[in-house]
Design a protein around this ligand. Structure first.
Ligand SMILES: [Mn+2]
Length: 248
């Protein structure tokens, strides 16, 4: 069985379609979407519609990202958060102009059902951002860490690559899992345009909202598939490239 982890989409429906075409999904494949479906390129609402459809055809796990939390609150009738609007939310609000109230309800239901994290049958963890408890995500005190944390990734970046996972000095947070798949921090921040592997952590957010492509990693073979750089697919848009601060 193939399992594909799909990075942060950020409204780039064209990149998602390209990536799906490259994957050529087969019956029995599993897909784990890392969250941050919205905010960035102009097709956020259309990405959600496509994911709803895709989830009916294939086994999918949809994780929750910080941008999805903002969008969910807005679809639920709350005032749009100004921080959200500045960090890509306005493009999402605009994309919903063409969406009927009934469809919006179906989208809200999609957001309500997103999972904070997922652990597979082989001790692999999938989470949008990270967690802080040394006992693992099931003992997390503040669940917003699942979609906001950046310390897990920063820690993974700083580990000597020769340190074995069995070492007492290997961080406990990471030791509890065979592998951890995350998104949230764009690899383009490091001028890297492929999913990054540090310690036992894989970061599959290759900056589709900015200058990078959308990426998928097959978890057993580590085969990497990618769309074109998303900004080439939306030549008349800027995505989130005008935002000075890339860590939201
Ligand atoms: Mn994020």
């Amino acid at each position: 069985m193939r399992t594909f982890v799909i990075g942060d989409i950020h409204g780039a429906l064209k990149a998602l379609e390209q990536l799906v075409e490259k994957i050529a999904p087969r019956k029995g494949d599993r897909f784990i979407f890392m969250g941050d479906y919205v905010d960035g390129w102009s097709q956020s609402a259309q990405v959600i519609s496509r994911l709803l459809e895709f989830g009916e055809q294939y086994a999918c796990v949809f994780l929750r990202g910080n941008h999805d939390v903002w969008c969910e609150a807005w679809l639920n009738g709350q005032e749009a958060d100004p921080t959200w609007l500045f960090h890509g939310g306005q493009s999402t609000v605009d994309s919903y102009e063409a969406v009927s109230g009934q469809q919006q309800k179906a989208h809200l239901h999609f957001f309500n059902k997103l999972r904070s994290y997922y652990e597979d049958e082989n001790n692999r963890l999938y989470v949008h951002a990270g967690f802080s408890s040394l006992h693992g995500p099931s003992r997390e005190r503040d669940r917003s860490n699942f979609w906001w944390d950046r310390t897990l990734w920063e820690m993974a970046l700083s580990i000597d690559k020769d340190l074995p996972q069995s070492s007492l000095f290997y961080p406990r947070r990471l030791r509890a899992f065979r592998e951890i798949f995350i998104g949230h921090t764009p690899t383009v921040n490091y001028n890297i345009f492929r999913p990054m592997h540090c310690a036992n952590v894989w970061n599959v957010d290759t900056g589709a909202a900015f200058t990078g492509p959308l990426s998928a990693v097959e978890v057993h073979t580590k085969t990497i598939l990618q769309s074109d750089a998303v900004q080439q697919l939306y030549p008349f848009e800027r995505g989130r490239n005008d935002q000075p601060y890339r860590s939201l």
